[in-house]
Design a protein around this ligand. Structure first.
Ligand SMILES: [Ca+2]
Ligand SMILES: [Ca+2]
Length: 198
C-alpha cells in the first residue's frame, strides 16, 4: 500500500509525465517532453536537440524496463503505483539496484535541468524545467529544494530531493516539491491535477 502522501506524489508525477493527458504514459509523451524541453531551454542547435531527444527517449526506455510490468510499451497508473511500491520495498530491503535507480534519477534530473553543464542548477534553469513539465510554483519549490539558501541547487540537493520525493512520508519534506509544490487536496479527497486539462 502507498500512503496517502505517496499516492498524491505518484499520481501527480504520473499526470505530469502523461504529457498528452490520455491516462497512459507512453513513448509519444516523451517525444512531446523532449520538444517542450528544447523549446523552454532555447535549444536551437540540431545536434544538441538530437542529444536531448536521445536522453529523454533513454529515460522512457528505462521507465519501461522498471514500470511496464505487462510489457505492452505503455505504463498505466496502476503499473506506475506498483513501481513506486517496488522502490519503497527495494529501499527497505537495501537493494543496491533500487538505490542505483534513485541515484540515476537524481543524476538524470540534474543533467536535464543544468543546461550550462555547470553542475549547479540556477533558479532560472529550474523555472524553465518546471515550465517544460507544465508545472507551477517554481519559486516556492526552488526555495524548498535549495537547502541552506545558497541560491543554487547542487547534485547533493537533488539526490536528497529525489529520495524524499519517492520515499518520504513527511508532508513537510522539502523534496516533495521536486516537480513543483504538490497540489492541495480538494474537498472530495482527490488530489487536483497539475494545473492543466486531463
Ligand atoms: Ca499519454
Ligand atoms: Ca504496461
Amino acid at each position: 500500500m502507498l500512503s496517502d502522501l505517496h499516492e498524491r506524489k505518484a499520481t501527480y508525477y504520473f499526470d505530469l509525465i502523461d504529457e498528452d493527458g490520455n491516462g497512459i504514459v507512453e513513448a509519444s509523451d516523451f517525444a512531446l517532453r523532449a520538444q517542450r524541453l528544447a523549446t523552454v531551454q532555447n535549444v536551437t542547435d540540431d545536434g544538441v536537440r538530437e542529444t536531448l531527444r536521445h536522453q529523454v527517449v533513454a529515460w522512457w526506455e528505462h521507465i519501461c524496463t522498471i514500470a511496464d510490468f505487462d510489457g505492452d510499451a505503455r505504463v498505466t497508473l496502476p503499473e506506475w503505483k506498483a513501481y513506486w511500491r517496488s522502490i519503497q520495498r527495494g529501499v527497505t530491503q537495501g537493494e543496491t539496484r533500487t538505490l542505483r535507480t534513485l541515484q540515476r534519477a537524481a543524476r538524470g534530473t540534474l543533467d536535464a535541468i543544468d543546461c550550462t553543464g555547470s553542475g549547479r542548477v540556477t533558479e532560472d534553469e529550474y523555472a524553465d524545467w518546471l515550465e517544460a513539465w507544465g508545472a507551477e510554483g517554481s519559486a516556492q519549490a526552488f526555495r524548498s529544494l535549495d537547502r541552506g539558501g545558497k541560491g543554487f541547487l547542487t547534485e547533493e540537493d537533488l539526490v536528497v530531493a529525489v529520495q524524499e520525493f519517492y520515499l518520504s512520508d513527511d508532508p513537510a519534506a522539502p523534496g516533495n516539491a521536486l516537480y513543483g509544490p504538490l497540489p492541495d487536496e480538494s474537498p472530495d479527497g482527490e488530489a487536483e491535477g497539475p494545473g492543466r486539462e486531463h
